[in-house]
Ligand binder design. Structure first.
Ligand code: PLP
Length: 458
């Protein structure tokens, strides 16, 4: 008999979690203004709000923490991190930042001015925030297939190269750079193919535009290239990463994702101009250029985490767990963005809560229902997160409205995934009774989903 698949690690430290009562959860979610970001973590049983900074570090990472060099300038920890990043990506200049959005802040302060347009596949929320706060525009040129959650295509995160070519031919003067997010988080953790990266690179070069990779989950993207794209099945993840980054002029990275650290990020590039400009901004916003908001021990852990998570076994364990949850949802007929993405399952909320009007935020409503059902905290990636149009101030209902169940790396077991699947099935079974959603009572101008206050619609 063929041996079943099992995790490529064992567990040596645990943290207790506890299921609350429905009464408690009703009270807590009301106090949180129906916004799960406002809950206390201890009010949550299984926390799938994000896979960012929530991973479990390995014994190698924890031991590297003890060897952190906390020197203000020139710490050995910086050079360990820099060498690892250079090895994996081929970029020679590296600037640490305290997390991914800080990398965006530093780099975009150098590159973006008012009125600029930044084309790419679906921009991540903080990326969009850092573009729009500079009175510039994020132009989403993701392939149309990504909008149909039921379509099974292997690289649903791709940039539509025809749209990009057309866009650049008409607007090149307004474009400081092209951005590709790997994996495409907003479209459902969907990967971008090597072929697409190659073509985007070619078009960007034709118009003399640098290409930036927003790389939070580049290792998961490399895994999908290995298992889905012809010609890559026998390459190592590290070889695939090297090739991917050969098409980019630089990267921003939230190390809280694929480097499996609790805090950290960086900019890496081969462009001396970007590096020189970013160094100045780093000193203002983040700290001296050999620590940029990170402590030495964290840079050590980041180096080891990147090394471990660009190995096939570690990625396989992770992605198989996401697939496992997807299979359970398939059994119950619950619609999600297909195929299952790298870091999360994205439930297609308007297909579940068909009676809740879009103005009452179906995905947010489903997020609240799942919390009430079993204390599971997902996250709305939909109409709330989309913010208002910067010009018209209207809600943006043209994208997807999803409940994201993000799975922290190396944290939960498949038994937890079973609880999540069954809780969602219970909500699904009573979907016909859910006819009203939520209304906004207060919202911030930008990135409103973190702090928005809501109430049940009456
Ligand atoms: C998380 C993320 C960011 C922002 O990084 P933080 O570490 O959360 O600041 C940017 N882009 C993508 C694709 C991300 O997933």
């Amino acid at each position: 008999m063929k041996l079943p698949y099992a995790e490529s690690y064992k567990i040596k430290m645990v943290e207790p979690i506890k299921l609350s009562t429905l009464e408690e959860r009703k009270k807590w979610i009301k106090e949180a203004h129906y916004n799960v970001f406002q809950l206390k973590a201890e009010q949550v049983y299984i926390d799938l709000i994000t896979d960012s900074g929530t991973g479990a570090m390995s014994d190698r990472q924890w031991s590297a923490m003890m060897l952190g060099d906390e020197s203000y300038a020139g710490a050995t920890s910086f050079f360990k991190m820099k060498d690892m990043i250079s090895n994996i990506t081929g970029f020679k200049y590296v600037i640490p930042t305290h997390q991914g959005r800080a990398a965006e802040n530093v780099l975009f302060s150098c590159l973006i001015k008012e009125g600029d347009c930044i084309p790419g596949n679906s921009h991540f929320d903080t990326t969009k925030g850092h573009i729009e706060s500079r009175k510039a525009f994020a132009i989403d040129l993701t392939i149309d297939e990504a909008k149909n959650t039921q379509l099974e295509v292997p690289f649903k995160g791709n940039v539509d190269v025809n749209k990009l070519e057309k866009y650049l031919s008409e607007n090149a003067d307004k474009v400081p750079f092209v951005i590709v997010t790997i994996t495409n988080n907003t479209a459902g953790g969907q990967p971008v193919s090597m072929e697409n990266m190659r073509e985007v690179h070619k078009i960007a070069k034709k118009y003399n535009k640098p290409l930036l990779f927003d790389s939070a989950r580049f290792a998961e993207n490399a895994y999908f290239i290995k298992v889905r794209e012809k010609g890559y099945e026998n390459k190592t993840i590290k070889e695939i990463c090297r090739e991917m980054f050969s098409f980019a002029d630089g990267m921003t990275m939230s190390a809280k994702k694929d480097a499996i650290v609790n805090m950290g990020g960086f900019i890496a590039t081969n462009m001396e101009e970007w590096y020189e400009a970013a160094k100045l901004k780093t000193i203002v916003f983040e700290g001296y250029v050999t620590y940029g908001g990170m402590s030495g021990r964290d840079m050590n852990a980041l180096a080891v985490g990147l090394d471990e998570n660009t190995e096939f076994e570690n990625l396989e364990t992770r992605i198989k767990q996401v697939e496992y949850l997807a299979q359970r949802l398939d059994e119950f007929g619950i619609p999600y963005q297909r195929p299952a993405g790298g870091h999360a399952i994205f439930v297609d909320a308007p297909k579940v809560l068909t009676h809740v009007p879009k103005e009452e935020f179906p995905a947010q409503t489903l997020t609240v229902e799942l919390y009430l059902e079993a204390g599971i905290r997902g996250c709305e990636i939909g109409y709330l997160l989309a913010d208002r149009d910067p010009v018209t101030r209207e809600n943006r209902f043209n994208g997807l409205d999803l409940l994201r169940l993000a799975i922290p790396r190396r944290v939960y077991t498949n038994n937890h995934m079973d609880v999540v699947a069954v809780a969602l099935k219970n909500v699904y079974d009573r979907r016909e009774t859910i006819t009203r959603g939520v209304n906004i009572t207060w919202e911030a101008e930008l990135m409103r989903h973190f702090t928005v206050k809501l109430e049940p619609a009456k």
